[in-house]
Design a protein around this ligand. Structure first.
Ligand code: ADE
Length: 252
């Protein structure tokens, strides 16, 4: 069954445009997911379709009203919905969350603008997500980031082999990849990769994944158990690093 998605925003074109392009566009054309973008103003109050108001206690910016959000959710929420508030104070979005969301049947993204939402809105949602420790002008780009990461995981969306091997799939960063030319700027493609020896290539890739993760994101290794092979390869990487820094000291 196709994933159904609703996006609640004050700027529908901001969300609609990117989803029509490239791979997201193809995934939606294939019918693997349907995305409906709704203008929050449809539930706005009065002649001006007001959706926000001044913050109690004073301060800059406008805050999204809870009654407007409640009216929108009363219409869109279903028993199988997961309603997600985009908010920099939310849980950090990561690949594991993308896999979780890709299994659900109905996602509703609430994208506030301005200074955020009345705090009582939090009780109306199932999940609050942040895409990182920085502040955007609104939740739209964050919702797009999440949607992009989720829909590419839907069965049939892209070559399964590429999602199985990519960064984070096994809790590690992806191994280095090369294409032609075999020599560029005096730098050669690693010999093992051109050898055509599948088992050696597999091992090389696993080792380089471990090396890259150790060098760039050691935090990913902290929370992860290693297979016997991974442990052995990681030990080799550490020995190589130690040898390289010893050689550096000797040179100095
Ligand atoms: N809205 C504003 N900044 C955001 C962020 N970093 N993540 C999610 N929603 C946001």
């Amino acid at each position: 069954m196709a994933l159904e998605v609703e996006v609640l925003t004050l700027f529908p074109p901001m969300v609609e445009g990117p989803l029509r392009e490239s791979i997201p566009g193809r995934i939606l054309d294939k019918g693997l997911a349907t995305v409906r973008v709704h203008d929050l103003r449809a539930w706005g109050l009065g002649r001006h379709r007001t959706v926000d108001d001044y913050t109690y206690g004073g301060g800059a910016g406008m805050v999204l009203r809870p009654d407007v959000v409640a009216a929108a959710l009363a219409e869109l929420r279903r028993p199988d919905s997961t309603v997600i508030l985009m908010d920099p104070a939310g849980r950090r979005f990561e690949q594991a969350v993308a896999h979780d969301l890709a299994e659900r049947s109905h996602l509703v993204f609430l994208c506030p603008r301005y200074e955020g939402v009345d705090d009582r809105v939090r009780a109306m949602v199932d999940l609050e997500l942040s895409i990182g420790d920085y502040v955007l002008t609104g939740g739209e780009l964050a919702a797009l980031v999440i949607l992009d990461a989720v829909i590419r995981l839907l069965p049939g969306a892209i070559d399964e082999a590429s999602t199985a091997e990519e960064s984070f799939a096994a809790g590690l960063l992806e191994y280095p990849q090369y294409t032609r030319p075999a020599v560029f700027d005096g730098r050669e493609v690693p010999r093992t990769l051109v050898s055509g020896h599948h088992e050696q290539v597999r091992k090389w890739r696993l080792k380089e994944s471990l090396r890259r993760t150790l060098e760039r994101r050691p935090d990913l290794l902290d929370g992860r158990s290693l297979t016997k092979e991974e442990g052995k390869l990681l030990a080799e990487v550490r020995m190589e690093q130690a040898a390289a820094s010893a050689a550096e000291v000797a040179d100095a």
